[in-house]
Design a protein around this ligand. Structure first.
Ligand code: SF4
Ligand code: SF4
Length: 341
């Protein structure tokens, strides 16, 4: 079956239709910060300003703070009350290909040593409708990580901007079913397909920042003990943790209990290897000096994750570059890795 297309002015109707079955999330601004939030049900004005969200979509599956369970303490001990299973169906409209890839990368962690009962049900119940980038940031370098900003195999449906319309690619069976029942869509012509091909090439070429991933593994393994290098790289970092909180593939969390008058709850919340107090609760921080923590961030993404899962845990989304208060730049660090030990 040929691809479909939809006129941009019919997107609101499409979202309303999907809203009858799903909780539709779309780009929106909360206190001026772009995030994927519940669609307002009124308009699709985000198409005019949206480039990418500041808060990555990992927050829709792995919230910054989440209650794990309630508990009660009495003379007989502790009694747990688990949360009701989450059957809510989410549809994320407008996810960028880099962020869709980040979820595929996170899935590996949350399915690895154990199946995470908080993240995985939300993932299972979600549909992803991707939207190709037409205006990537200077800080984006997704193409160096094998991602085309207007193409994705990590979504259910992929929309590509072809002028007044979006071409719709059906990527999964779930996506196929979703679009088969949608109103306002029509079959794409050969001319539309040609426009989509051009749009993909144009988007790809707009990403001009590059990193060389070929030699990174070797350079990382020979640079691990190069303290002078890492001290220089870490000098301006202020250990604020923003780069890790906003990174779509970072997943470290902390667990805390709140207890008052015998009633309590356990929460998990995002944590960051950039913090000096990271892991201090169970024992001391094995990375007390800042240069060790900055090194850890780089190695985790480009060294340890590929060792464990065979993929680099960075999508080149550029958030850590755009949002760092002191302009620390992971691409410069990778570029400056010494060629020899
Ligand atoms: S955002 Fe910048 S300053 Fe903050 S921890 Fe990351 S690299 Fe350091
Ligand atoms: S390390 Fe930076 S560029 Fe890479 S995925 Fe994380 S935030 Fe994006």
């Amino acid at each position: 079956m040929a691809n479909r297309k939809i006129n941009k002015r019919d997107i609101e109707k499409l979202l309303s239709q999907w809203g009858q079955e799903f909780t539709v999330l779309a780009p929106s601004k909360e206190s001026g910060i772009a995030t994927m939030s519940k669609w307002n049900g009124k308009h699709a004005n985000f198409l005019d300003w949206y480039r990418n969200t500041v808060i990555p979509p990992k927050g829709n599956f792995f919230p910054s703070m989440e209650k794990m369970f309630n508990f009660q303490k009495d003379k007989e001990g502790y009694h747990l009350e688990l949360p009701a299973s989450n059957e809510q169906k989410q549809l994320i409209f407008g996810i960028r290909p880099c962020d869709a890839r980040s979820l595929a990368i996170l899935d590996m962690t949350f399915k690895d040593a154990y199946e995470d009962p908080y993240y995985l049900p939300k993932r299972k119940n979600a549909l992803l409708v991707g939207l190709g980038c037409t205006n990537p940031y200077d800080s984006c370098f997704c193409t160096s990580l094998g991602i085309n900003p207007a193409e994705s195999s990590d979504v259910d449906l992929m929309l590509i901007d072809i002028g007044d319309e979006f071409l719709i690619e059906e990527v999964t069976d779930k996506g196929k079913k979703l679009i088969a029942a949608a109103s306002g869509v029509e079959e794409a012509s050969e001319a539309d397909e040609a426009k989509a091909k051009e749009a993909k090439e144009a988007s790809y070429n707009k990403v001009t920042r590059k990193i060389d991933t070929e030699d990174i593994k070797r350079k990382l393994s020979s640079s691990f003990d190069n303290q002078d290098f890492w001290e220089g790289i870490a000098a301006k970092c202020i250990s604020c943790g923003i780069c890790t909180f906003l990174c779509p593939t970072c997943y470290c969390f902390d667990i805390n209990d709140e207890l008052a008058k015998g009633l309590g709850a356990r929460f998990r919340s995002w944590d960051s290897c950039a913090f000096p107090i990271y892991t201090k609760m169970p024992m001391e921080n094995p990375r007390e000096e800042k240069w060790r923590r900055v090194r850890q961030k780089v190695y985790h993404k480009y060294g340890f994750y590929p060792m464990n899962f065979g993929v680099i845990a960075c999508t080149g989304c550029g958030r850590c570059i755009r949002q760092c208060p002191v302009n620390w730049d992971i691409t410069q660090t990778l570029d400056r890795l010494p060629a020899e030990a």
